[in-house]
Design a protein around this ligand. Structure first.
Ligand code: PEP
Ligand code: MG
Length: 534
């Protein structure tokens, strides 16, 4: 038994379960060529690997339509012919034949003019990886394939890795890299999964299948607990769950401060399911719909129609308020089907509104979908990463252009739709009084604002201690933005992680914040703070 103490929690909670190692194996193909006598065996190896992958994909495609295209490619004759010919004619071993054929096919797709076909290159590579892993006899990590309760352990996790997490089975997450405001932390919080990030060296201290106790609130990990420790943590887990039940009882009490101010308590979500998960917390709406997840979970830029279906459902569910943030990609958020140029400083690079304004056709598809959804609920549009009045005005002009098109087409939308902006850059703080005249609302994004004000990377564990939204520079910025917003009579909310930190509630109430938007898992704690504050 070994106890490890960890400094920062990404998402509270207690878990007792075996470890599931989520690590990419080495998929380098075996060296060397084969002799004439090995041809049939190598081809048989490929066929067995391919068929096993098809079986897996058939199951996956029933749960997620993304895999339907994968399935088609895996069964394609081009793949089979290519690999068989490399084994038979070029005497390549099966692993090299798979790699080379996949490279060739992916290249053909990537060079096509049609955007949809171009995007299939990523699917081809994914299939190649799966078949190669089977041929090598190594297990690929797959969070969607988990069938028993586990604590997932990874070097790091990217937003796309989290797509297939089932919170019923993923009881905890521990990563070696990353900070508490990295996107994996945000997603874990929204799913209510106890999570610790930035736990250096943990992977070398545990093995796959080993029992582990995790108290993410206290920052404690027990590796290979003895019977007494396991029983202790099971009891703690039960106590924690009882506390949760007490907090849940407060849900019907509206969030009114002692001096009578009604505070809006909203959820941050990445998809429609997140809204469903947050509704039991008695939310006043969605203060941040991170629309980029819709793009990240896709195999192509989602069309207007595809987005409309999602936003409409979201608007109907979060009928009091649905704040859709336009695409906030770049930084640490990538797309499998779009090659971003390598940048020295991605967080200072081509991201968020900068991309939308440069790719106007794509931006308009999103805005038209949001506008059309606004006929079905109280939808608000929010722009991320604004740094100048020109950007805000240009983005608003694109909305107006979309409105004119919809008018001409006779399509319905809310003509008074509120158009607001995130305050997450130093420039937007400095210009807040001017922005308040042009924006219908503000939402302070403390995750980015903290990193940009303090010049401290939000995901860098080494400097995590310096990443502090309680630092005077950040607090003064927040106060200034709220004041500027209120002077012009607009509402000021917050959708950065700070809004979900119970310790921040008294300060933010004093500063006059109107709306707190956070991961669903934090809402009960923040409500309690608002209700009990003297
Ligand atoms: C923020 O920066 O505070 C924010 C809410 O946006 P994201 O975390 O998605 O960058
Ligand atoms: Mg941000």
């Amino acid at each position: 038994m070994e106890q490890i103490r960890v400094e920062k929690t990404a998402s509270r909670g207690i878990a007792v379960a075996p470890v599931y190692m989520y690590l990419e194996p080495d998929l380098t193909p075996a060296p060397g060529n084969i002799g004439e006598d090995a041809i049939d065996t190598e081809i048989a190896k490929f066929v067995a690997a391919r068929d096993a992958v098809i079986d897996e994909l058939t199951v996956l495609s029933e749960k997620n339509e993304i895999f339907a295209a994968h399935l088609e490619i895996a069964g394609d004759f081009m793949l089979q012919d290519g690999i068989e010919s490399k084994i038979r004619n070029d005497k390549e071993n099966v692993e090299r034949a798979i790699c080379d054929t996949i490279d060739e096919i992916a290249m053909i797709f990537a060079s096509m003019d049609d955007e949809y076909m171009k995007e299939r290159a990523a699917d081809v590579r994914d299939i190649g990886k799966r078949i190669l892993a089977k041929a090598k006899g190594v297990k690929l990590p797959d969070l969607g394939g988990i069938t028993e309760p586990v604590v997932v352990m990874a070097r790091d996790m990217y937003p796309s890795d989290t797509v297939s997490i089932n919170p019923e089975l993923v009881k905890g997450i521990i990563t070696e890299e990353g900070g508490v405001t990295s996107h994996v932390s945000i997603i874990a919080k929204s799913l209510g999964i106890p999570t610790l990030v930035g736990v250096k060296g943990i992977l070398a201290r545990v093995s796959d299948g080993e029992m582990i106790c995790l108290d993410a609130g206290e920052g404690v990990i027990i590796v290979k607990p003895d019977e007494a420790a396991e029983a202790e943590y099971i009891a703690k887990k039960e106590a924690y769950e009882a506390e949760r039940a007490r907090l849940e009882k407060l849900r019907t009490t509206p969030a009114v401060t002692k001096d009578g101010k009604r505070i809006q308590l909203c959820a941050n979500v990445g998809n429609v399911q997140d809204i469903r998960n947050a509704l039991p917390m008695n939310i006043d709406g969605v203060g941040l719909f991170r629309s980029e997840f819709l793009y990240m979970q896709n195999t192509h830029f989602p069309t207007e129609e595809e987005q409309f279906v999602v936003y409409k459902e979201a608007a109907e569910l979060a009928s009091e308020e649905l704040t859709i943030r336009t695409l906030d990609i770049g930084g640490d958020k990538e797309l499998s089907y779009y090659q971003f140029d390598k940048e020295e400083n991605p967080f200072l690079g081509w991201r968020a509104i900068r991309i939308s304004l440069d790719m106007k056709g794509m931006f308009k598809e999103q805005l038209r979908a949001i506008l059309r959804a606004s006929a079905f609920g109280h939808v608000r549009i929010m722009f991320p990463m604004i740094i100048s009045m020109e950007e805000l005005l240009e983005a608003k002009a694109v909305v107006k252009e979309c409105m004119a098109e919809l008018d001409a087409e006779g399509k319905k939308y809310d003509k008074d739709i509120e158009i607001g902006m995130m305050i997450e850059t130093p420039a937007s703080v400095i210009l807040a009084d001017e922005f308040a005249k042009e924006a219908d609302f503000f939402s302070i994004g403390t995750n980015d604002l903290t990193q940009y004000i303090l010049v401290v990377d939000r995901g860098n564990k080494k400097i995590a201690k310096k990443y502090n939204y309680f630092s005077p520079a950040v607090l003064k910025s927040i106060g200034r933005v709220i004041e500027a917003g209120h002077k012009e009579g607009i509402k000021v909310g917050m959708c950065g992680e700070m809004a979900g930190d119970p310790k921040a509630v008294p300060i933010l109430l004093d500063l006059g914040l109107d709306e707190f938007s956070m991961s669903a898992g934090s809402i009960d704690y923040v409500r309690e703070q608002i209700l009990t504050r003297e």
